[in-house]
Design a protein around this ligand. Sequence first.
Ligand code: ATP
Ligand code: MG
Length: 181
Amino acid sequence: MFLKALEIYGFKSFPDKTRLTFERGLTAVVGPNGSGKSNISDAMRWVLGEQSTKSLRSSKMQDVIFGGTQQRGAMGFAQVSLVIDNQEGELAGIQAPEVTVTRKLYRSGESEYRINGAMVRLKDIHEMFMDTGLGKDGYSIIGQGRIAEIVAAKSDERREIFEEAAGIAKYRYKKTEAERK
Ligand code: ATP
Ligand code: MG
């Protein structure tokens, strides 16, 4: 499983449809201060379902929508898609060799999540990424300060990270879900 592409449209400093493609191996994003490097990683976490505006460096969720510049009007929505290679079938319950996850947010506050074009709930995205390490809290995204956070974490929080890595987070989740019913 690897990331093939990220499509950003109307998200933060990207008013134009922007498609970044990745190969297997290492990709570095370089650019001057304020050019939008962190906005790319924000877009990646956002499409995976990030709900914390603080970690997206905004005060309210609609702030992720392109807010306009002197030359250009604000946009009415933000949309980000992440294309994942799933040829080895690591994504739970998805047979397709390629999986596209899309999140769209309108200024009205209305939001949409899609998996390969079909409308889903945020919960479905969360479940699909469970135990893959790729979810928004997965260990595959290590933000600034995250290492220190893991070292300082309480033992039950640290255990969650290890459970995800060991591939057993899903079973705990299913047990809790079953107990709620
Ligand atoms: P640094 O090297 O300093 O970390 P960076 O390349 O990571 O910089 P970002 O933080 O990704 O830069 O981008 C910051 C820019 O994004 C700022 O110019 C800010 O105005 C712009 N920006 C953030 N949110 C929006 C928005 N909603 N609409 C338009 N522009 C935005
Ligand atoms: Mg930055």
